[in-house]
Design a protein around this ligand. Structure first.
Ligand SMILES: C[S@@+](CC[C@H](N)C(=O)[O-])C[C@H]1O[C@@H](n2cnc3c(N)ncnc32)[C@H](O)[C@@H]1O
Length: 275
């Protein structure tokens, strides 16, 4: 079987469960087995697969069909144009989280030398992306999971970012000084909506009964850890915009609050700016 045939086989095998995603995911698994990029794959489609490669592809397809995300199978996920290593110790970065990064980058224009805290850093995708983009900013990355911090440090090293301060602990408690920007993609899934036998860590998803337990706690803690004219950027889930806006208004009555939608028009980021 050559590479083209193997790709078609993988896509067909995945189609029953993944529908339109089967095409892309079949390609991702085949590139991983062959350890080549897209250009190499499509420039030599007639090259024969070895039996060992076919066996490996077969195993990866079986794992994917059992529900394991491709990013855990390959150990990589692209975020904000950078490649991040991921495994089951951390949440897989999502494209909508780039909305937080974009907003944080544009808000830094208001400060001379920006102090930023990424709360719930996970694999470090937000802290590392900001550090790569904003040379000279002081970035803290906090997580309550030591495993997540280990992965985040690995990603910082991978992208040559040596100046992130990694802190272990609960929300803003480990921060010793106030910052200009707090950016947080914290768990916001309702307990009743948590996936059964999911692959991603529950500590990265579980937001309590209404999904807002951890976000609520962060909003209450933030006044003590934000500089004057500081900003708080939160990723939010479907249907949480109104509740989060109210929580922010209550804690910061004179602040400017804005919501930012994802590509489907759903508000996915809340940005509070002290005036
Ligand atoms: C939804 S994941 C986000 C990970 C990463 N920032 C991203 O955007 O992909 C939430 C992260 O928050 C961490 N976390 C949960 N509760 C926390 C808390 N009380 N304090 C600090 N981090 C917490 C979890 O361990 C997890 O890594």
């Amino acid at each position: 079987m050559n590479r083209r045939e193997a790709l078609n086989w993988a896509r067909r095998a995945l189609f029953a469960q993944l529908n339109e995603d089967a095409s892309l995911e079949g390609e991702i698994l085949l590139k991983h087995v062959l350890k080549i990029d897209r250009t190499a794959l499509f420039s030599s489609p007639d090259e024969d697969m070895t039996q060992a490669q076919l066996n490996e592809l077969d195993k990866l397809i079986a794992r994917r069909l059992e529900g394991e995300p491709s990013a855990y199978i390959t150990g990589h996920k692209e975020f904000y144009g950078l490649d991040f290593v991921v495994d089951k110790r951390v949440l897989i970065p999502r494209p909508e989280t780039e909305i937080l990064v974009e907003n944080a980058v544009s808000l830094t224009r208001s400060y001379k030398f920006t102090y930023i805290a990424d709360i719930g850093t996970g694999c470090g995708c937000i802290a590392v992306s900001l550090s790569v983009k904003l040379i000279g900013a002081c970035v803290y990355a906090v997580d309550v999971s030591r495993d997540a911090i280990t992965v985040a440090k690995q990603n910082a090293a991978r992208h040559g970012v040596k100046w992130i301060n990694f802190l272990y602990g609960d929300l803003l408690q480990p921060l010793h000084e106030p910052v200009d920007i707090i950016v947080a993609n914290l768990p916001y899934v309702k307990k009743s909506d948590l996936p059964v036998n999911g692959f991603e860590p529950v500590t990265a998803l579980d937001g309590g009964e209404d999904g807002l337990d951890i976000i609520r706690k962060l909003i209450r803690q933030a006044p003590a850890k934000l500089n004057p004219y500081g900003c708080l950027l939160l990723e939010i889930g479907l249907g949480q915009a109104e509740a989060v806006e109210l929580l922010l208004q209550k804690e910061y009555p004179s602040a400017k609050i804005q919501l930012f939608p994802d590509l489907a028009g759903i508000p996915r980021a809340a940005v509070m700016r002290l005036t």
